[in-house]
Design a protein around this ligand. Sequence first.
Ligand code: HEC
Ligand code: HEC
Ligand code: HEC
Ligand code: HEC
Length: 504
Amino acid sequence: MTRTIALLVAALTAGALMTYMLLSIGSKKQEAVLLKAAPVIKAEGVEARSDVWGEHYPRQRDSWEKTKESGEIEDLVAKYPQLAILWAGYGFSKDYNAPRGHAYALTSNRNTLRTGAPTDGETGPMPMACWTCKSSDVARLLVEEGENEYFTGKWARAGADIVNPIGCADCHDSQTSQLAISRPYLLRAWEASGRSVDEITHQDMRSLACAQCHSEYYFKKTKYTDKQGQEQTAAVVTFPWANGLSAEAMEEYYDERKFVDWTNKLSRAPMLKAQHPGYEIFTTGVHAKRGLACADCHMPYVQEGGVKYTSHHIQSPLNNIDNSCLTCHRQSEDEFRSIVAEKLARKNQLNVMAMNSLAIAHLTAQKAWEVGATEAEMDPILAKIRSSQWTWDYSIASHGSFFHAPEETLRLLSVANDKAMDARLDLTNLLSKYGVTNYQAPDFSTKEKAQKLAGLDMPKLIADKQNFRNTLMADWLKQAAAQDRLTDEFVTSVPERAAYLSHE
Ligand code: HEC
Ligand code: HEC
Ligand code: HEC
Ligand code: HEC
């Protein structure tokens, strides 16, 4: 009897706590931190230099600088060599690391082997669009040049212009200081998905500020006439949201347009690369369904003396469980750490299975071509590989998905595994038709072995990159400093690291 009452009391208390939590989320929605008499940072246009903003907002600026603390490079191709096979023929097979703090965004982009080794403004493998999520100078250029003009030309065109990492102007308006969307393609995608921009609430903005970059995108070829009357083609960042935000809806969007990011060099499958659909997959999880925004966990309020402000030290919330989780949950830090660790371990097990299966599928398809399989035989199998790899990539590419939306992540990894196994069964049957009955995929268990199978000449890629870093890249930074675009000593103190430098 006492036991029943105790249980009842416990249940009622838990219910009350949850109601309190939800109410406190509700009141946060209204809690637009009012910027009374906000200073005008710049009378017209966009102020990309966060040091100029910092003169007015020292607390936000100081906490923003702390993103530099997360600077370790975790080489994911070394950790999971399968990736070099999955992405054979595509830049990611050369170099791919786990995300670091926002302070590093530009140095990561300049130094990765993926952006290649241009020798002037017209060379190199990448378009302008590759800067889009890395710098507050992008917010400035989108206004100064116009959107289509910004998205025209090679990546190297604007190396001397884009020099400040993600900063105040990415998320705030230079005239009013209010939260603002600096990337117009996000608002277009929002409308394409059937919602009106007039419906955007303050709480939505606390996620949409992040969704400008932590979202899935592709480069849409767009023709326009420039100011000189010339026909031009821009490669405009576009979110595939018109059919919905789920993995299946976006896959359908790409399939309808017969869109292909690249052809896998080994299997010749027409592939899609999921970028980082972090916002999209977050919206399927319980925290989003209860009305939380990214900033609730990644940018908690902090109290300093009598002043309450938003921490701009965007990082893993696990470094700050007290402010990030325990404001709503009444459990211990240890309990939280172990819950999150368990979610990660569950995801990792299915993730490794899917990557292994996909790598073997690509290599087996390569073998099938070698022994004479026809396009008619291969096409349906390659379509299964494409679909499997898209589903796998969507589920894990945003890194935080194992926590943001654990059930959806595990569901998608299971679907990806099923499709990859299906493709492998078809390939086994096809090989036996051509007399091959005991095919064993070659060893791809180290980064070196897998990159060799993918046909990469790593010493040459690294030597060319070093040359670029010592010449063109050094010139960009000198020019930007001479022209007062790069005035921030904090920014110039961020080290230009890369995974391949440890091989020097
Ligand atoms: C990635 C997006 C992002 C960046 C970059 C960013 N902010 Fe914020 N900022 C936010 C969000 C989200 C809030 C919370 C707004 C709210 O809920 O009203 C905020 C709030 C603020 C506020 C209101 C007061 C407070 O502390 O809540 C000020 C002032 C501010 N930021 C200044 C800056 C400055 C200065 C920089 C650059 C050093 C900067 N922000 C960079 C997203 C950003
Ligand atoms: C202008 C683009 C942009 C915006 C806006 C942006 N991010 Fe990021 N974010 C990035 C990039 C790029 C990286 C990876 C940087 C690197 O590895 O060099 C990153 C990294 C991160 C990381 C990893 C940090 C670490 O220490 O490992 C977190 C967490 C994160 N972002 C959360 C957010 C949240 C939350 C918001 C909104 C409040 C946001 N981001 C807004 C582009 C952006
Ligand atoms: C309920 C709290 C919560 C909310 C809300 C939330 N996150 Fe996270 N986020 C986490 C946790 C916990 C992790 C896992 C951190 C870890 O593994 O160290 C994480 C991880 C991440 C990472 C990966 C960091 C890394 O270095 O691997 C990124 C990026 C990120 N979140 C962005 C976002 C964005 C963008 C949103 C909104 C669309 C968002 N988060 C909403 C709690 C949250
Ligand atoms: C603003 C309030 C709020 C914050 C901050 C918050 N949560 Fe939650 N959390 C909730 C609510 C509401 C639910 C849903 C409870 C329900 O409906 O069952 C929830 C559910 C959960 C669950 C169970 C559901 C699942 O996805 O497994 C876990 C675990 C969890 N939160 C962990 C965390 C962690 C870790 C953090 C910090 C990084 C955090 N939460 C931050 C409000 C919050």
